[in-house]
Design a protein around this ligand. Structure first.
Ligand SMILES: Cc1cc2nc3c(=O)[nH]c(=O)nc-3n(C[C@H](O)[C@H](O)[C@H](O)COP(=O)(O)O)c2cc1C
Length: 168
């Protein structure tokens, strides 16, 4: 028999599966300590200052690296990056991940995906631990948009593409 708390957790999991999200790879660290991880728990926070948040499980390697880094980068994936999303969510070991895809580095060594739909570089401002995750809030310091129009979505534990249902 499950407890009321477990019932809520299960129902919450089911509810969240039905929230479609754009897939990103969040990178942090620099040069040989650079690391990246697939994440959909990404949201804008404010436009002034431009800022966003990322929720990262405290058991992950990225969590340790982000906690020690001044900057992180949100790489917004397009559909052609499906294999990268799979690789960066545990499909291949961290040391081998950056061999896949057209990764480059900023002047201070932060890795970014050159072909990403957008790359958003943030200066880490706040880290708020809550439950299993930490909410990292970053102030946006640089944005490059490639103009690719086909975002990679994740919905009901499945990779998807957006389909319009109406013109307005
Ligand atoms: C589509 C997708 C979205 C994910 N979003 C998040 C997320 O927002 N935050 C998080 O902590 N883990 C998220 N994960 C899980 C991590 O990508 C996964 O646990 C990763 O393998 C752990 O990182 P590591 O292998 O670098 O330690 C997501 C996984 C997938 C497949």
């Amino acid at each position: 028999m499950t407890s009321p708390a477990q019932d809520v957790q299960q129902a919450f999991r089911t509810a969240m599966r039905n929230i479609a999200a754009t897939v990103t790879i969040v990178t942090a660290g620099h040069h040989e300590r650079g690391h990246g991880m697939t994440a959909t728990a990404v949201s804008s926070v404010s436009l002034d200052p431009p800022s966003l948040l990322v929720c990262i499980n405290s058991k992950t390697l990225l969590h340790d690296i982000m906690s020690a880094s001044e900057r992180f980068c949100v790489n917004v994936l397009a559909q052609e990056h499906l294999n990268l999303s799979q690789a960066f969510s545990g499909g291949i070991p961290p040391a081998e991940r950056f061999a896949l895809g057209d990764w480059a580095e900023t002047e201070d060594g932060l890795k970014y995906l050159a072909s990403a739909h957008a790359r958003i570089v943030c200066a880490r401002r706040l880290a708020i631990p809550f439950g299993t995750h930490t909410v990292f809030i970053g102030e946006v310091v640089d944005v490059r948009v490639s103009g690719r129009q086909a975002p990679l979505l994740y919905h009901d534990a499945t990779y998807c593409r957006p389909t319009p249902v109406a013109s307005h």
